[in-house]
Design a protein around this ligand. Structure first.
Ligand SMILES: Nc1ncnc2c1ncn2[C@@H]1O[C@H](COP(=O)(O)OP(=O)(O)O)[C@@H](O)[C@H]1O
Ligand SMILES: [Mg+2]
Length: 247
């Protein structure tokens, strides 16, 4: 099956900003602080894929996946059947660690190889076209050094790219963060970065989305408003003027 060069995210407005979607095989950081919509956009990406018969894998590393799913139920696009019939597979990272017999808090190089192979084997065996790791930051926490983080991400990206799978790697930021990732390494090796944020305007707190980089395509670099609605994420232009505090 030839899926074409680009992966249409299916998120309303985003594919236009990307001139037709994410180039397949890219690993894209979705970065933002708590509550900016990283998990919601990631799950909508998987569900929109399932609607087009693209198989998804959600690796849950910060929260137990049953809790994550519970929060998705109110959304109109959420369909339990995709999870029941394994169109979208869900794995909790502690289960991967258990299965691999990991006990130590800090991972060594051979552990990195084994985690990547575990995810990679699943991608190959089940023909996964869309992968979400939520979050990459929490896995990096157990890698500790920049060298090991770089090694892990590069190995994961290689697997993803070889299979033409499109990956969203969630990057958790502190509200005061200056860059796009906790350790700095993640943003340097990612193929793309989508930054989610908050913007105070006339007493409202708006959600924003901005594509910082995306290998293999031209794209808008402007900041947009991102609304989380019951029918899904909606992206609209950020009208200039009227901002408070010169934001
Ligand atoms: N059904 C819904 N309708 C509109 N907004 C929602 C809905 N469910 C959650 N949200 C909003 O999404 C936010 C959580 O987004 P989430 O994707 O979990 O963020 P992150 O993963 O970046 O921490 C909540 O704080 C809430 O404002
Ligand atoms: Mg989240």
């Amino acid at each position: 099956m030839d899926l074409g060069y680009r992966c249409l995210t299916g998120i309303s407005g985003l594919d236009t900003l990307l001139n037709g979607g994410i180039p397949r095989g890219n690993s894209v950081l979705v970065s933002g602080s708590c509550g900016t919509g990283k998990t919601t956009i990631s799950l909508e990406f998987l569900i929109r894929g399932a609607e087009k018969n693209e198989r998804g894998l959600y690796v849950s590393a910060t929260e137990i996946s049953t809790n994550v799913m519970k929060n998705m139920v109110p959304f109109g696009f959420f369909k339990q059947e995709y999870f029941d019939n394994n169109m979208i597979e869900v794995i909790d990272i502690p289960n991967i660690y258990n299965e691999l017999g990991f006990e130590r808090m800090e991972f060594e190089s051979e552990d990195i190889e084994r985690i990547v192979n575990f995810i990679g084997d699943k991608i190959e065996k089940d023909k996964i076209q869309r992968l979400v790791v939520d979050s990459l930051t929490s896995i990096c926490y157990r890698l500790r050094t920049e060298e090991k983080i770089r090694d892990f991400i590069l190995k994961l990206e290689k697997k993803v790219n070889e299979n033409k799978t499109t990956a969203i790697l969630v990057s958790e930021l502190l509200p005061s963060a200056k860059g796009y990732s906790q350790y700095g390494v993640e943003e340097a090796v990612a193929d793309g970065i989508i930054l989610l944020g908050n913007l105070k305007r006339r007493g409202d707190l708006l959600r924003t989305l901005q594509i910082i980089k995306m290998r293999g395509t031209s794209h808008s670099r402007a900041e947009y408003v991102m609304d989380i609605t019951t029918i899904g994420i909606l992206i609209s232009p950020l009208l200039k003027g009227g901002t408070v505090n010169n934001q």
